[in-house]
Design a protein around this ligand. Structure first.
Ligand SMILES: [Zn+2]
Length: 223
């Protein structure tokens, strides 16, 4: 892709662009990846970006290459990318909602004590450069205790157990549950298997960056 060549030249003017392959991938959520393997760059873009205008593709090329070469991400590019993706995402979400209504009871992100959309956006800004597209956020319909929360890739939804929507539950505990599920968005499980919840080493390292992790675990009694 010509775009990647141009952006690469901007970021690393002196080194030639490695051989490059770009694929669109049907990630339910917005997950774009770049990998350098044996001198070849493999770029996977979410199919949400298929047919995106050139300036948006330019933005994602910049973001991915900058991330790979550990260069700062240009703010304009980040904003342009995010705006496009959330618009795309909203229209898809509306479509999904129409499909799901009647089949499955959908809760709301707004609980009595906490608004999950708000929690998501705060964490997104604080820990993910605002780059994750918000999935459907919902409190579970039952008071399930066995599952704190889960990410449902089929419906691109993060579901948090309603037990925690209570003013006596500290915000950091809710944030920790959501943060954990956001890491599942960021690190999709590629293998289909019996294990639904796979926590790679990178996943765990990132999870440990959550400042109140100890307190949250203590509160949730999962230590
Ligand atoms: Zn998990």
């Amino acid at each position: 892709m010509q775009l990647f060549h141009e952006i690469h030249r901007e970021l690393r003017p002196r080194s030639p662009l490695p051989e490059l392959r770009v694929e669109f991938f049907g990630f339910a959520n917005i997950n774009n990846t770049i990998r350098l393997r044996e001198g070849r760059l493999l770029v996977r873009l979410s199919d949400l970006l298929e047919g995106a205008p050139e300036n948006v593709l330019r933005a994602i090329a910049h973001i991915l290459l900058a991330r790979m070469y550990r260069k700062p991400i240009d703010r304009d590019h980040a904003v342009r990318y995010r705006r496009y993706v959330s618009a795309q995402h909203m229209s898809r979400k509306a479509h999904l909602l129409r499909q799901m209504r009647g089949r499955k009871r959908i809760g709301s992100p707004k609980g009595r004590a906490y608004d999950l959309d708000e929690v998501f956006e705060e964490l997104n800004t604080k820990f993910f450069h605002g780059l994750l597209a918000r999935p459907l956020m919902t409190w579970s319909s039952e008071q399930a205790r066995n599952r704190l929360g889960h990410y449902d890739p089929a419906h691109n939804a993060i579901v948090v157990s309603r037990v925690f929507d209570h003013p006596r539950v500290p915000r950091y505990a809710v944030e920790y549950i959501v943060y954990h599920e956001m890491l599942h968005l960021k690190h999709p499980v590629r293998l289909r298997g019996s294990r639904r919840c796979v926590h790679s080493r990178e996943f765990q390292a990132e999870e440990n960056q959550f400042p109140e992790i100890e307190a949250a675990k203590r509160f949730l009694r999962i230590l």
